[in-house]
Design a binder for this molecule. Structure first.
Ligand SMILES: NC(=O)c1ccc[n+]([C@@H]2O[C@H](COP(=O)([O-])OP(=O)(O)OC[C@H]3O[C@@H](n4cnc5c(N)ncnc54)[C@H](OP(=O)(O)O)[C@@H]3O)[C@@H](O)[C@H]2O)c1
Length: 129
């Protein structure tokens, strides 16, 4: 397995669920991890759970382009980006679907991922040959 020692890994959605698990696994492989989500309280709780010196957290909403741009400026050069962020899809019967909720879901899952990629390429380190 490729070593993550001293690699900087950003985990969007790292304050809970799958992202928190990814953050823990990356830390166990020696990475320096930045966890990102919208809620400062969830990030603080996640930092306590991870209980490691190599984790930092930043608040950002991946559906907000100014937030995403600021995030990558603050972090600087990095090696890996993981995004598990998202919400559950609206679960109403199709006949009573709230289209605003559908748009919000797509914004989070799809538009957010494109926006992250757009701004990440500026500071993503090239892989050494
Ligand atoms: N767990 C499963 O078995 C499973 C199976 C299939 C699919 N999924 C999907 O995989 C995704 C992650 O699942 P999970 O179980 O890890 O969910 P989770 O525990 O709710 O975690 C979602 C993470 O994403 C963050 N987040 C959500 N929207 C965000 C945004 N706009 N900007 C930044 N961070 C955001 C949340 O923090 P904040 O609230 O603080 O922003 C949280 O850290 C979800 O879309 C889920 O539907 C999960």
């Amino acid at each position: 397995m490729t070593s993550l020692v001293d690699r900087k890994v950003i985990v969007i959605g790292g304050s809970s669920g799958i992202g928190l698990g990814v953050a823990e696994a990356a830390l166990n492989c020696g990475a320096k991890v930045v966890i990102v989500s919208r809620s400062p309280a969830k990030l603080q709780a996640a930092e306590r759970t991870l209980n490691a010196g190599h984790v930092t957290s930043l608040v950002a909403d991946m559906t907000d382009e100014a937030d995403v741009a600021r995030l990558f400026e603050e972090i600087g050069p990095f090696d890996h980006l993981v995004s598990t962020a998202g919400t559950l899809p609206p679960g109403d019967p199709i006949g009573s679907t709230d289209m605003e909720a559908v748009r919000g879901f797509v914004d989070n899952k799809l538009i957010g991922a494109v926006m992250l990629s757009k701004h990440a390429v500026r500071t993503l380190k090239a892989v050494a040959p």
